[in-house]
Design a protein around this ligand. Structure first.
Ligand code: ZN
Length: 150
């Protein structure tokens, strides 16, 4: 299942990618053309008007409240029964699947300390960005916990 998100849901979009879900975000307004182009995806929206269009077209969607990220996140997770484990296998910038790479091949791009302490590196072929599971993972995990808890 791939998600298509309204432009206002950037925060949610990033988190879905952290959890390993494939997503695309609409840069502008969701027009009928956009709806048709992405009709096989699951739409996440906050606009009742867009909901009407999707309903008529028989396309799967979830209408989220115009509320905090936490409120939207919890509703989405509960309604669709999504996993809430950090996967970090998708580029959070562009949504492409990351490719595991050998660090030796990317030595020039990696700070020496990082090179020394980490062995798992992932690469986004679209953004040409290298990811590794550094200290920021702990911060992400804590943030995730605070998003999920009551
Ligand atoms: Zn990318």
């Amino acid at each position: 299942m791939e998600f298509f998100l309204e432009a206002s849901l950037k925060g949610l979009n990033k988190w879905l990618r952290f959890l390993g879900y494939k997503t695309e975000i609409c840069e502008g307004k969701i027009t009928k053309e956009e709806v048709f182009k992405h009709k096989d995806k699951f739409f996440l929206i906050t606009s009742p008007k867009t909901a009407e269009i999707l309903e008529k077209a028989g396309i799967k969607y979830l209408l989220l409240p115009r509320d905090t990220l936490k409120a939207q996140f919890k509703m989405l997770i509960n309604k669709l029964n999504l996993n809430t484990e950090l996967k970090l296998n998708i580029c959070s910038i562009c949504g492409k699947e990351l490719v595991p790479v050998k660090k030796e091949a990317f030595k020039d791009l990696i700070p020496p300390k990082v090179y020394q302490f980490y062995d798992e590196f992932n690469y986004c072929p679209r953004c040409k960005k290298l990811y590794w599971q550094g200290d920021h993972i702990k911060r992400l995990e804590e943030r995730l916990k605070s998003l999920v808890e009551k």
